[in-house]
Design a protein. Structure first.
Length: 247
């Protein structure tokens, strides 16, 4: 063990936590934030760097991949099994429906109700997609508290899955603002060519914790139907939210 390494776990975790929120900090920034002396702060930063939890750049310390990806708070109330509103809307429209939550910068499918069309989208529970291209992911990101949203957005890579996927941070921020104003998100062939998806947020205790979506071929879910379908979907999400808050 190096002479500089210390075992003050709580302080080390506090540093990781504040770096996750602020993105990058110098030694002086950390000192002033926690009101620690220089020696203690240096030893903590040195230890975290040696353990590969943080890295030192030209302008300060940042988190490494080992500790950087933010996690959405998991609430056991989300582990529901029966979601009547999903089944009813899927039956009405004949399309497959999903519920998803964020895991790092991906959205993970946790519930599926298969549609009735012979030609339909096939997915499985546990499937994941980059949040910035998925209607499920965007419907969660757009309705997060500003500080929480900023933390997640800091780690998005904006990789293109199709030619329609957002790869510009500023444009994506405008896109999220529009989603929040209209109350629903759309994946317009951003995850898969020929497939469109519409999603709405699900809340628990006033905070977005998941999203519900309907997905199908672009020919069956054209843009001209977005407003009509989104009304049904927002009512579905409202009913799911109500169901969860009763638990």
């Amino acid at each position: 063990m190096s002479q500089y390494e210390v075992s003050t776990l709580k302080k080390g975790l506090q540093i990781i936590d504040v770096l996750m929120m602020k993105g990058e900090m110098t030694l002086t920034d950390v000192m002033e934030h926690f009101e620690w002396n220089k020696t203690t702060t240096f030893r903590l930063l040195y230890t975290l760097e040696k353990m590969d939890f943080i890295q030192k750049g030209n302008h300060g310390y940042t988190l490494t991949e080992k500790s950087s990806k933010p996690k959405q708070a998991h609430d056991p109330v989300g582990d529901w099994v029966s979601v009547p509103a999903m089944y009813e809307l899927s039956k009405k429209l004949g399309e497959t429906m999903y519920i998803g939550i964020l895991d790092g910068t991906d959205v993970v499918t946790t519930q599926i109700v298969d549609g009735t069309h012979a030609m339909r989208i096939h997915s499985t529970i546990g499937d994941r997609d980059p949040a910035h291209g998925s209607a499920l992911g965007k419907a969660i990101l757009a309705f997060m508290e500003p500080d929480t949203q900023a933390s997640f957005l800091r780690y998005l890579q904006y990789a293109k899955t199709t030619i329609h996927t957002f790869d510009d941070r500023q444009l994506f921020l405008y896109h999220l603002k529009a989603i929040k104003e209209q109350g629903y998100a759309v994946d317009d062939e951003e995850t898969e060519i020929g497939v469109r998806c519409i999603a709405a947020p699900i809340y628990v205790n006033g905070r977005v914790m998941a999203s519900v979506a309907i997905s199908g071929s672009a020919s069956r879910l054209p843009r001209k139907l977005d407003k009509t379908i989104s009304k049904d979907l927002k009512e579905c999400s409202r009913r799911i939210t109500e169901q969860l808050e009763k638990k």
